[in-house]
Design a protein around this ligand. Structure first.
Ligand SMILES: CC(C)(COP(=O)(O)OP(=O)(O)OC[C@H]1O[C@@H](n2cnc3c(N)ncnc32)[C@H](O)[C@@H]1OP(=O)(O)O)[C@@H](O)C(=O)NCCC(=O)NCCS
Length: 296
């Protein structure tokens, strides 16, 4: 272990890494590069001046927390403690600057997830907790499944494009949230409203009163992400959530957007449960996001 060198820096440019050390990025942060506009913290591991490992992280806006974004050790140098030392060096360095917490998100399907978990466990991070369930698929494949299904929207219910709701409808939703905490915060339909995908975002009305919605955002030209699905508790026995999803995926397909992505909290995954039950026939891909942290 003695010959490996570890060096911390708080001025790493992501573009520089993308250009000069692309093999040392995992997961592929180049997709995020426009969203993270700050210098990265990095720890580089070298052997005789050649890089063998790289860790990237960022501080949050307060500078009190740092988040690990990427960690890679060259395949020839794995299982020799390099990954462990990269994480330990980050920890020491940010602790010196007064940061009190380190955290990270990772995915259940990552090939080296076990190694990462071992490193975290040895370094006494908190046991990773499942945070999100992520399902990816093709609208066309999934539609086949819905088509076999004969349930129809019951009488007095109606779909309305979410963006066509009028001011009264919108005020009604906000007031009900304020007064009776109608829906969980993360099911808020007004988040990032400017980028809502109109065809894939539908409100459900009963006797002309809003009782639910499905909201989606186009996150790439061919990829629609479902972000919120909500049906008022009193209307849940009618399989309306299922119908909302069917309608939204149908409209997405008509709008020629081939792929969809559904992210939901692990304790509330109505949206994906149905699809997962049919994962094999519809070739949907499932992964989970896990969260771990360490107080310094
Ligand atoms: C994850 C990664 C960085 C680990 O680097 P590394 O230098 O091999 O890590 P270390 O040698 O410090 O530690 C690996 C640990 O996994 C353990 N391990 C080895 N095989 C294992 C297995 N099959 N299952 C679980 N743990 C295993 C090792 O024994 C070691 O733990 P120990 O110190 O208690 O013995 C490296 O595998 C990698 O670059 N993978 C590809 C990128 C990636 O997945 N990064 C994680 C994203 S954040």
């Amino acid at each position: 272990m003695a010959e490996y060198q570890f060096q911390f820096s708080d001025k790493v440019g992501l573009n520089w890494v993308i250009e000069k050390m692309p093999a040392y990025l995992f997961p592929d942060l180049s997709k995020k590069k426009d969203r993270i506009n700050k210098p990265f913290l990095g720890v580089i591991a070298t052997l005789e001046k050649s890089p063998v490992g790289l860790l990237l992280a960022t501080y949050d806006d307060t500078g009190k927390q740092a988040r690990l974004h990427s960690l890679v050790v060259h395949p020839d140098h794995r299982n020799k403690g390099v990954g462990t030392k990269l994480v330990a060096t980050l920890e020491e360095s940010v602790r010196k600057t007064g940061a009190s917490k380190l955290d990270l998100y990772f995915r259940s399907h990552w090939k080296h997830r076990n190694f990462l978990e071992k490193i975290l466990e040895n370094a006494t991070w908190n046991t990773p907790k499942e945070d999100l369930i992520i399902v990816r698929g093709l609208a066309k494949k999934v539609l086949k499944l819905f088509m076999h299904n004969r349930i129809q929207l019951p009488e007095n219910y109606q779909f309305v494009p979410f963006l066509q709701l009028n001011e009264d409808d919108r005020t009604y939703i906000k007031r009900k949230k304020r007064e009776e905490n109608w829906y969980l915060d993360y099911l808020d339909p007004f988040v990032q409203e400017a980028s809502i995908f109109p065809e894939g975002s539908i409100a459900l009305k009963f006797d002309n009163v809003v009782i639910g919605w499905v909201i989606s955002h186009l996150i790439a030209p061919n990829l629609n992400e479902f972000t919120a699905l909500f049906v008022d508790a009193q209307h849940r026995p009618f399989k309306l959530a299922h119908l909302l999803m069917r309608e939204a995926i149908m409209r997405q397909d008509k709008a020629a957007i081939p792929k969809f992505l559904i992210t939901s909290k692990t304790d509330n995954y109505v949206m994906s449960r149905f699809l997962l039950r049919h994962a094999e026939e519809t070739e949907v891909f499932l992964t989970k996001s896990l969260y771990s942290f360490k107080n310094l």
